[in-house]
Design a protein around this ligand. Structure first.
Ligand code: SAH
Length: 404
């Protein structure tokens, strides 16, 4: 293991009093205490110090990680019953998370999310596994003083040869020598790093890839695509490394085309295809802007029997919701413009700020606007390893529909 020179947790906990509304939310199990829910703090702590939250009657309400620079001032680890936040505490959380995923481990899958942040009781921290490599991703510096304990807990519950650290943008400038893509435990990766998902093989770059390297949350939607793809020409828009396409090919698609703005993603998609199939002619990769290329295909009268649209999140904050809806509708129209009659539209959204109803409605409205009605096959959401533990934890939705 790398020698880490990490800050320690202050000996003195921060005592916090809160508003009635914040108390209600915490009692209902909400994992965040916002800055504006606080009425009194004993003192200003540093990131990762333990904050003890008291209710109106001055009784213990919860304990969590303090983050002075975030509007989410405390990420709550435990409510109602006091707890010592140490390696043992994290071991128990990880063990519960692991048990939840047992059904998944009975499939030919060794790439999965072991710990899904707040939804598994560890707000702001994610752990993904790719075969014998674990990736810890931190979303708040409050985890830094606890990192050694998390690593030790992980080694007990789900031992791997290697542990990689990923940091979100806020953490990239830190004074502890931690960097995005750092190998915390184990040897350098000799690429490619390969893992399995439902018996298909994929390469992943957990050091430089998007998120932790792969969009594990779409596993079940990919399996749905596989079942629907037989004999079809499939266009996979925002393909990243081609996950949906590899499933479509196993399902009997006669052609799969990946489209993404990122060249490294399309290159990896090509390799992922070759990892699973000999007939590489079946696959084509296009690098470019999805909106432009779909419009161009329409002009050229190119048609597909299945169009998959899985864009990045368009709404990171409240004010972007309207723009996101506009973009989803535009994508629906563009997608339908190159979808053959009776073809299948698969459209997903990963913006938690756009709720299910709003998203599904928008897609339907956009289809009607251009005279294509949708016959829905399925509306789907989260996979087993991406549980939903609080309202904001629900982000993924995907529509499967036949377009007339
Ligand atoms: N469907 C993928 C995940 C998609 S992530 C999977 O199953 O793995 C979103 C992808 O959209 C990223 O790979 C990003 O490079 C790509 N992207 C973002 N904006 C784009 C644009 N305007 N045109 C094409 N691709 C874009």
């Amino acid at each position: 293991m790398k020698n880490l020179n990490l800050p320690s947790v202050s000996k003195r906990n921060i005592a916090i009093q809160i508003t009635n509304a914040a108390e209600r939310a915490i009692r209902q199990g909400h994992p965040w205490l916002f800055e504006n829910g606080i009425t009194k703090e004993s003192h200003r702590g540093k990131a990762g110090d333990l904050a003890v939250i008291f209710d109106k009657k001055r009784r213990f309400l919860g304990i969590g990680l303090y983050d002075p620079a975030s509007t989410i001032r405390v990420r709550i680890l435990r409510v109602l019953k006091p707890a010592t936040i140490d390696e043992h505490f994290f071991t128990k959380k990880l063990d519960t998370a692991k048990k939840r995923r047992i059904p998944l481990l009975n499939t030919v899958t060794n790439g999965y999310r072991l710990l899904h942040g707040e939804n598994d009781g560890m707000p702001g921290l994610i752990i993904d596994r790719y075969a014998d490599t674990a990736v810890i991703k931190l979303y708040t510096p409050a985890w830094i003083p606890h990192l050694q304990n998390v690593i030790a807990a992980l080694a007990q519950v789900s031992p791997t040869e290697r542990i990689i650290l990923r940091l979100n943008d806020r953490l990239k400038e830190n004074s502890y020598g931690l960097y995005d893509g750092m190998i915390l435990v184990g040897k350098e990766i000799i690429p490619p790093l390969i893992f399995s998902e439902n018996g298909l093989r994929f390469e992943v770059d957990p050091i430089r890839g998007q998120k932790t390297g792969f969009f594990l949350d779409q596993r079940e939607n990919r399996a749905r695509v596989e079942k629907l793809a037989k004999g079809k020409r499939v266009l996979n828009i925002f393909s990243y490394t081609g996950g949906f396409s590899v499933y479509a090919a196993r399902g009997g698609a006669k052609k799969v085309i990946n489209l993404d703005a990122s060249k490294p993603a399309i290159d990896a998609a090509k390799r992922n295809f070759a990892l699973n199939f000999e007939n590489v002619e079946l696959h084509e990769g296009i690098i470019g802007d999805a909106f432009e290329i779909m419009a161009k295909m329409r002009k050229e009268n190119r048609l597909f029997e299945m169009v998959i649209i899985d864009p990045p999140s368009f709404a990171h904050k409240e004010s972007q919701i309207e723009g996101a809806i506009h973009a989803y509708k535009k994508l629906t129209r563009l997608g339908l413009g190159i979808l053959a009659p009776k073809g299948i539209l698969v459209q997903a959204s990963c913006s938690s700020r756009v709720d299910n109803e709003l998203f599904f409605n928008s897609v339907n409205v956009a289809a009607r606007q251009i005279g294509r009605s949708l016959k829905e096959i399925e509306r789907s959401g989260h996979a087993l390893d991406h549980p939903i533990g609080f309202p904001e934890g629900e982000y993924l939705k995907c529509l499967f529909a036949v377009a007339n």
